[in-house]
Structure formats: C-alpha cells, structure tokens
Design a protein around this ligand. Structure first.
Ligand SMILES: [Zn+2]
Ligand SMILES: [Zn+2]
Length: 275
C-alpha cells in the first residue's frame, strides 16, 4: 500500500445520521493529511485511529461551511491533547487566514479557561496558516501535494488537490464543475474523488435554493466524463446530492458507468481505497 485514502465524511450540507460532513484522509509515506473538516470530522478521525495531533497538515478545498464547520474541533482537540506545543498546519485558498482569525476569536473564552485551569498547558493553540495558489503546495520526503484551481463559482477561489507518493496519486476534486484545472489534476491519477450531484433528482425538489446547487457541482455524468478524460483508474463518488436513499447505490454507479469504464466506488463514511 502506497497511498491510503479514507472518506471520513460523505455528507452534503444537510445533516444525516449516517453521513458526516465533507472530509477525506490521505496517508502516505508516514504522513497524515486531512482534506476538509466538515461536520463530525474528529469522530470519524478516531474511527480510523487518527487523533488531530497526529495530522501533518489540513488542506481546505474551499471555505463553504460544510467543508470547514468542524475545523474548530480539530484545532481545539489538537491543542488540548498535544503534550508539547505543535503548530497545526492549515493550507487553503486565499481568505483561509480570515477564517482562522475568526475561529481563534470564537475560541478565545475556551482558551482562557483552559490556560487558567491547567498548569501544564502553557501555550495557546498554534496554527500555521498557508494561503496557497495553484502549484506544488507541499513537497516533503517524496510526498507531493499539487493544488489546482477548480470552478465552484460564485465561490472562488477554490482548489482541488492531487497527492503523489512513490509513483501513485490520488485526487480530491472538492466541489467543482468540470474545468481545466481539474483535468490537469486527474491526468493519469490512480484515484479521483469527486463530490457529485444527481441533476435528475435535484430538479424535482420544489425549492429554488436546492435547485441552485446544480450550478456549481459536477453531476455524476460529468464526474465520470472527467475520470474518463483523465484516464484515472478509480472514480469515487462522495458528498452525494441529494442524500441517497437506502439501496440507491446501484443507480448512482450505473449513471457513472455510462461514461466511465474504470472502477467506480460509491462513497460511504469510512470507505477506504488504497493504491
Ligand atoms: Zn461548496
Ligand atoms: Zn460542499
């Protein structure tokens, strides 16, 4: 096993008892990387034996709430469980610093309570924020992370990430419609994880703001077409909109199969793929 990828949360913004919010774990070369930190991310991390203090980096695809709403839990838990000061590296698109400043402000009373109470906790949460643009955003001991611009307008800028190690690669596209940046990331990738939407089902929902989500997500067909163009080995469907009912898995896979011949995985929480 060269790279292990685990879908920690496959939910969309609507709460669901079986699906946590957007979050994906990637482990390779002794490094542990979290991509996005949606609802219940810490619960799903411990389910695969990872504590927040074990994370080498948190990468954010974009600053929509469903992808970052439990980042505060990652920051706090990393801080209170670390025996010595250890900065949490948070890599994301421009404005990530603004979000982290707001988060620090929100956590201020908690930080003061704990510092006052625990004699052995003498440091505040330490977060290294790195705002990045497309290109190589991490390159350490053979592990490389490449970011590319995606298209989730009017949310911008947004990023997709490709993690490479030992000639293997996995891509986490994030919320995006097909675009050149995503195609670049996917070229020859072993695994491509895409947040997807079923336009046929969403169109039937009598609520404008739900139908609006069609504007800026890949449909299952589009994700499969991106996978085919990139020649990827395995397509993983996640963050499914609308939330699939019981037994719907085959329908989603069939919709992708029309456009892609490779392996197709219907993501559920804690689905893992190794390459
Ligand atoms: Zn989004
Ligand atoms: Zn989303």
């Amino acid at each position: 096993m060269t790279i292990e990828l685990v879908l920690l949360g496959t939910g969309n913004p609507l709460p669901d008892r079986d699906r946590a919010g957007a979050a994906t774990l990637v482990r390779a070369g002794g490094r542990t990387i979290l991509i996005d930190a949606g609802r219940a991310v810490c619960m799903r991390l411990v389910a695969v034996g990872v504590l927040p203090m074990m994370l080498d980096a948190v990468l954010l695809t974009h600053l929509h709430s469903d992808h970052i709403c439990d980042l505060n839990d990652v920051v706090t838990t990393q801080w209170v469980m670390s025996p010595v000061p250890k900065p949490l590296r948070v890599v994301g698109p421009p404005r990530t610093g603004e979000v982290m400043e707001g988060l620090a402000k929100m956590l201020r009373p908690d930080v003061e309570y704990r510092l006052a109470h625990h004699a052995d906790l003498t440091w505040e949460p330490q977060v290294d924020v790195v705002e990045v643009n497309p290109g190589v955003v991490l390159d350490e001991d053979g592990l490389r992370v490449i970011a590319a611009r995606t298209d989730h307008r009017p949310v911008e800028p947004t990023l997709g990430y490709r993690v490479e190690f030992d000639h293997k690669s996995v891509v986490v596209g994030g919320d995006t419609v097909p675009c050149a940046g995503l195609d670049e990331l996917c070229q020859g990738a072993d695994v491509y994880v895409q947040t997807v939407l079923r336009e046929d089902l969403v169109r039937m929902v009598p609520m404008q703001r739900f139908v609006d989500t069609i504007d800026y997500h890949s449909t299952v067909a589009q994700a499969a077409q991106t996978a085919a163009r990139g020649g990827v080995r395995t397509l993983v469907l996640t963050h499914q909109i609308p939330t699939p009912g019981i037994g719907a898995k085959d329908e989603w896979i069939a919709a992708a199969r029309e456009h892609f011949d490779g392996d197709i995985i219907f993501g559920e929480d804690l689905t893992s793929v190794s390459v």
